[in-house]
Ligand binder design. Structure first.
Ligand code: PLP
Length: 492
């Protein structure tokens, strides 16, 4: 199977080339030329998550053997990394509402599902392409991605990883997660400034030919781990298919029954993966796209007008605070089938911050997607209500999805069984969750984890609980203009 760019479908690449390059040179995103049909789902029912992952990813990855993919799946999702054998367990909230917990990996957020797999796909791709250099991943992070990338690339042969985070822009827990990072190939540095400063610094390093040349002579090639890489989208397709199988096995669905899926959305990667699973034949009905106060996607999916010219809000669900959803470009390509049309939309977005899709695209979107948003007050209210009614404790991002689902059900007669993607452990966002439960006097540092346990009776996930005893390894902070020097020293 070949991969093409959303902005130029005449360029065709192998899977390994698409994964190594990440972003196409024309600025477009890679996607497969066609989507393979799912195998008979009955064959997946008895399999473990790891085996399902290898079987499904194998449909897209010519040039990778099943044996290779099984090995990767075991390294990525095995007991050394995930704290439950189901990997992504499905919990019943009510008989029509099920929660797909995507946060049982080493950093307790759903980014692990893809970033545990990407390093294996990337290093194998480089070997297949005959690339002999060591890859160095550079990341600027506002919180979740940096830690998940560090854990994914930690001690993976043939890789190094350097993460920059804004010195005063991440939570105590997030900072602790990064500065205590273990592994022989990792580096972490704070940058004085905000996330944009860190991000701009990293982009400058990527686009500086002199730095690339120097590093190349030392045997390094730079790469990124952000969510536009096909190697991050593909592992996410797996869990929707796997969850459907689990619901059938548990008798909650009959094979062939439709399920709706509701996803708290930022960069549109997670919900896009579900769209692809549906395209392959998974019986998914509506795709519910849930946003917080940054509701650019809610408006787009309702009206066909994407307009990023609007205020930006810092919310209690920070991983969804985003005004440009990069992966939407892949959906547009799929719905138009035209690289020319996608190029025109992206050009308008660049120039004016706005574009309007054709009537045909609007109709296709309306047939499959539902969108909704909710503010912080309703998000916190949902956490409190669900906890007291059912005993289930959810994080802020999951609560946005739950709220949007309730709104949809109240407005329609649709009572289809629905799967909610739960994207983070509530212990990653202790301060907001405690606030939702009415606790305003909050403890500092890791003591806040114990406080949430005392209030709810729930245990903190081990990777967060064990932060308390960990040695701090990375205390460096630098001005943003020093970032190239940090990378230079790191790759000596
Ligand atoms: C990244 C993230 C999201 C948004 O996912 P997208 O794939 O960008 O739509 C939602 N919740 C959490 C906790 C995240 O870390």
């Amino acid at each position: 199977m070949r991969y093409v760019s959303t902005r130029d479908q005449s360029l065709a690449y192998t899977a390994a080339q698409a994964i190594e390059q990440g972003l196409s040179r024309d600025g477009g995103l890679f996607l497969p030329e066609f989507f393979p049909a799912l195998p008979d789902l009955n064959t997946l029912l008895p399999m473990t998550y790891e085996a399902r992952a290898a079987a499904i990813m194998g449909l897209f990855l010519d040039g990778f053997t099943q044996e290779e993919l099984l090995t990767f799946a075991h390294k990525a999702y095995g007991p050394a990394k995930f704290d439950c054998p189901e990997v992504a367990p499905v919990r019943e909230l009510h008989c029509k509402t099920h929660i797909l917990e995507l946060w049982h990996g080493p950093t307790c957020a759903f980014k692990d599902m893809a970033l545990q797999m990407l390093p294996h796909l990337l290093t194998a791709s480089m070997q297949k392409n005959g690339e002999e250099k060591t890859v160095c991943i550079l990341v600027a992070t506002s919180g979740d991605t940096g830690k998940a990338a560090l854990e994914g690339f930690k001690d993976v042969n043939g890789t190094r990883i350097m993460v920059f985070y804004p010195k005063d822009g991440v939570s105590d827990i997030q900072q602790l997660q990064m500065v205590t990072q273990e592994g022989g190939n990792v580096g972490v540095s704070a940058v004085v400034g905000n996330f944009d400063d860190a991000q701009t610094g990293v982009k400058k390093i990527f686009s500086d030919p002199a730095i690339r040349e120097t590093l190349s002579q030392r045997g390094y090639v730079l790469s990124s781990a952000n969510s536009i890489n096909w190697g991050r989208v593909l592992p996410q397709v797996v869990y929707y298919i796997s969850a459907y199988c689990d619901l059938v096995k548990a008798g909650k669905l009959q094979m062939g029954d439709t399920m709706n899926v509701c996803v708290p959305t930022g960069n549109f990667g997670n919900i896009l993966a579900c769209y692809y699973a549906k395209k392959m034949g998974l019986p998914v009905g509506k795709l519910l796209c849930a946003s917080n106060a940054n509701n650019v996607l809610t408006d787009f999916l309702k009206t066909g007008i994407y307009d990023r010219n609007r205020p930006f809000y810092n919310t209690v669900s920070p991983s969804m605070d985003i005004l440009i959803s990069s992966n939407l470009e892949r959906l547009l390509y799929d719905l138009t089938g035209s690289d020319q049309e996608v190029r025109a939309y992206m050009e308008q977005l660049n120039q004016t911050g706005r574009y309007e899709v054709s009537d045909q695209v609007k109709e296709a979107i309306r047939a499959q997607f539902v969108s909704g948003c909710c503010d912080d007050a309703r998000t916190l209210n949902t956490i409190e209500k669900v906890f007291h009614q059912t005993g289930y404790l959810m994080d802020t991002h999951t609560a946005v999805a739950y709220t949007v689902l309730q709104d949809y059900r109240a407005a329609t007669a649709d009572d289809t069984v629905t799967l909610i993607a739960s994207t983070a452990s509530p212990f990653k966002f202790c301060d907001s969750v405690l606030k939702a439960l009415g606790v305003t006097e909050q403890r500092q540092g890791t003591a806040i984890l114990e406080q949430l346990t005392q209030v709810t009776g729930k245990a903190a996930p081990q990777p967060l609980a064990s932060l308390a005893g960990k040695a701090v390894r990375f205390t460096e902070f630098v001005e943003k203009q020093e970032m190239p020097a940090v990378v230079d020293r790191f790759l000596r």
